[in-house]
Design a protein around this ligand. Structure first.
Ligand code: ADP
Ligand code: MG
Length: 258
């Protein structure tokens, strides 16, 4: 046996007992799941089930009320009198988790290259020349290095989203989180973004992907987590959860996609 076979697989992301309410509305009621290093987990579930809130908690854009979140060797515990993370801890943690949103959120007044360089220069204090090289390498990876000098509004939606992915990668995150990255795209532009995400998976990036592209979730994911009303209803191998769900609620949700 090789060392890789005998060594237990490292758990990269560990979420336990996560709870979040907005006023009286309990949005995350007790969420737990793990992702191994290099693993891909897709989160599926009806609108309003708490998927975006969960991803935002994982990036600490939203502060959970209770529970714990670990990414790599950074762990935060919330509730029970635990101190809130400092600004410095928050910034450090956010740099570990690259986030891609439905609506790209590119800086409209900056070129593609400037968009990708911005956070490495401003947040990580990278020298400009180094950040530029890195940004061009990331743009190469998403197939857009020839668009480096263009403004975002000259790009298609699919190209904008690939720039957003390059921008997240430029911070050298340990994990990538995608929140419905293709939901705002015209159907003919979805494929190029999914292909980019598949390539990241093949490169060994650890990812959590919220998506309504069920066929894609099955293809790209090791596991699929079905959420409803702020709880994990089903968590299993992608082919099983999608092809042969154990829970009625999962089966009912998936029936809308056939
Ligand atoms: P999903 O992404 O699965 O559609 P969300 O996490 O966006 O679900 O939302 C879950 C619930 O939390 C919804 O009822 C939504 O209206 C509510 N919600 C989300 N963010 C906030 C907020 N900042 N303040 C109040 N309610 C919120
Ligand atoms: Mg959402």
């Amino acid at each position: 046996m090789t060392a890789a076979e005998t060594r237990p697989q490292e758990t990269k992301i560990e979420i336990a007992g996560l709870q979040k309410s907005f006023g009286p509305l309990a949005v995350l009621r007790d969420i737990g799941f793990t992702v191994p290093a290099g693993g891909v987990v897709s989160l599926i579930g009806p609108s309003g089930s708490g998927k975006s809130t969960l991803l935002r908690c994982m990036n600490l854009l939203v502060t959970p009320d209770r529970g714990s979140i670990r990414v790599g060797d950074a762990r935060f515990v919330f509730g029970s009198g635990a101190p809130l993370p400092s600004h410095r801890e928050l910034a450090g943690f956010r740099a570990r988790t690259g986030m891609v949103f439905q609506n790209f959120n590119l800086f409209p007044h900056m070129t593609v290259l400037q968009n990708v360089m911005e956070a490495p220069v401003q947040v990580r204090r990278r020298p400009k020349a180094e950040a530029r090289e890195m940004a061009l390498a990331q743009l190469e990876k998403v197939g857009l290095v020839d668009r480096a000098g263009q403004m975002p509004d000259t790009l298609s939606g699919g190209q904008k989203q690939r720039v957003a992915i390059a921008r997240a990668l430029a911070m050298e995150p340990e994990v990538m989180l995608f929140d419905e990255a293709t939901s705002a795209l015209d159907p003919e532009l979805v494929g190029e973004v999914l292909a980019t995400i598949l390539k990241l998976a093949a490169d060994g990036m650890t990812m959590v992907i919220v998506t309504h592209e069920i066929a894609f979730a099955r293809e790209v994911s090791d596991r699929v987590v079905f959420m409803r009303d702020g709880v994990v209803v089903e968590d299993g191998p992608a082919a099983q959860v999608i092809g042969d769900p154990r829970q009625d609620a999962t089966r009912q949700f998936l029936s809308h996609f056939h």
